[in-house]
Design a protein around this ligand. Sequence first.
Ligand code: FES
Length: 158
Amino acid sequence: MNGDLKERIEAIMTHYPTRRSAIMPALCLAQECGGPLRGEILKDIADMLEVPEIWVYEITTFYSMLNTEPVGKFHIQLCTNVSCLLSRSTPLLEHLKSRLQIGEGDTTPDGLYTLSTVECLGSCDTAPVLMVNEIYHENMSEERIDKLLDQLTPQSGE
Ligand code: FES
């Protein structure tokens, strides 16, 4: 863990009554600083927060917002849970695979896009829903996906 990340985690720990409460924000900071969240970084966070490493590992692998593998510049996460499923997320997944020429869980060879499926994103009333990095895109259709992908270029921001 680099010194800057260590300092930031130490600072964030002061905002919580117990060190263990800072696991989630510490993981978010570590991911923001480059991720992916695996190996030494999990052990370092556990040591800093004085918790068993398994606690850090469990949280990391539970939340889809935390990445244990490298992801592309644009991480597309399509919800495939019930409301989205009933609103055509399955054909949308096939459309994304076809447009990106990758499978679920894969990253394009240029490192630009990663395609994942996730459980409920908490926006069932606007299903089908996907996220690109931290931004929600709701009421999706094949046409809206095409427009979105056209905007996600190597030059565009996140
Ligand atoms: S089921 Fe997709 S947002 Fe809830």
